[in-house]
Design a binder for this molecule. Structure first.
Ligand SMILES: *[C@@H]1O[C@H](CO)[C@@H](O)[C@H](O)[C@H]1NC(C)=O
Ligand SMILES: [Ca+2]
Ligand SMILES: [Ca+2]
Length: 317
């Protein structure tokens, strides 16, 4: 049970050389056929290997594939008669199946020592305890052992890569974040639309909506834009941003689909971003306006400047 996520550094080395705080989020080209530009890193579906077909089937959109990677919550139990009761018994991350005295399968915490050895630094993850774990397997096994304790409840996978110093986010930087993120989301949608030959990245309804954005000649093309231009474009072409913001929410709100994002659900977006964008944590904290640890659709949309009257649950599906 092992998923490797490889981040393919983008062609534009310039972005990586620049200090993190001044990096525009999108200025690179993916080298792989079904990758999505994630800020200055390219996340490629073709580079996400999984030994769990279940996870591969989730979709070719890396954002979705990664959802499987960070799932703490799902435990699928199938009643299929099999020779080994564990064959069709899936356990959530951090657990493995064992057969008890009466030949019943049960999920028990995995011993971190049984996790595959991490191949490189890119497999390391940083927990919210600011401790570096060799791999996400090691992390979830450790978290499992703490199940039921307050410490275990508070421990989450924070980001991909070894723990490092993350500079505090200044107020002016925090206000730039949604500008760039919104633009990025819109570009991700357009990219998915352009590459959707097999019709499995977007459904028909979504396609129709993105088509409108794609064909609008007033659309700001993906590129290295100043914050002023991004702000101006948001004002002028506000309508183009409504759907991408809703779409991303729907991508993340999967376990369960309830109109709220838990820390776990937000992970696929947060985890690769935090090491590169030091305002990520502050942004999502601030987004949870009522501080109940869940980001509701209304909170999410308003973080991205979507007006209350334009928030529409139907757009998420
Ligand atoms: C987390 O750990 C890193 C590396 O060990 C360290 O540089 C950083 O200051 C720590 N951050 C916090 C908030 O303690
Ligand atoms: Ca949810
Ligand atoms: Ca909330």
């Amino acid at each position: 049970m092992r998923v490797w996520i490889v981040f393919l550094l983008c062609l534009a080395g310039k972005a990586l050389a620049a200090p993190v705080s001044s990096q525009p989020l999108l200025r690179c080209v993916c080298l792989c056929s079904y990758g999505v530009q994630l800020y200055n890193v390219c996340v490629c579906e073709s580079l996400i290997f999984s030994f769990l077909t279940q996870e591969l089937e989730v979709g070719v959109n890396p954002v979705q594939v990664e959802t499987g990677e960070f799932d703490e919550a799902i435990e699928v139990v199938e009643d299929v008669v099999a020779e080994n009761p564990c064959d069709n018994h899936h356990c959530k991350k951090g657990k493995v199946c064992e057969v008890d005295d009466s030949n019943q399968p049960m999920c028990v915490c995995q011993d971190p020592l049984n996790c595959p050895t991490a191949v490189g630094e890119f497999e390391h993850v940083c927990g919210t305890d600011n401790k570096t774990y060799d791999s996400s397997c090691h992390f979830f096994a450790t978290k499992c052992a703490l199940e039921g304790t307050k410490k275990g409840h508070k421990l989450h996978l924070d980001y991909i890569g070894p723990c490092k110093f993350i500079a505090p986010c200044l107020d002016n930087e925090l206000s730039e974040f949604p500008l760039r993120m919104r633009d990025w989301l819109k570009n991700v949608m357009v990219t998915l639309y352009e590459r959707d030959e097999d019709n499995n990245l977007l459904n028909e309804k979504q396609k129709l909506r993105v088509k409108k954005i794609y064909e609008n000649e007033k659309r700001l093309q993906a590129g290295d834009h100043s914050l002023d231009l991004l702000a101006l474009d948001f004002e002028k072409n506000y309508n183009m941003y409504i759907f991408p913001v809703h779409w991303q929410f729907g991508q993340l709100d999967q376990h369960p689909v309830d109109g709220f994002l838990s820390h776990t659900e937000l992970s696929p977006l947060r985890a690769p971003l935090i090491p590169m964008e030091h305002c990520t944590t502050s942004f999502f904290e601030q987004c949870d306006a009522d501080q109940d640890n869940y980001i509701a659709l209304e909170e999410w949309a308003s973080c991205f400047g979507i007006r209350e009257q334009d928030i529409d649950k139907d757009l998420v599906i």
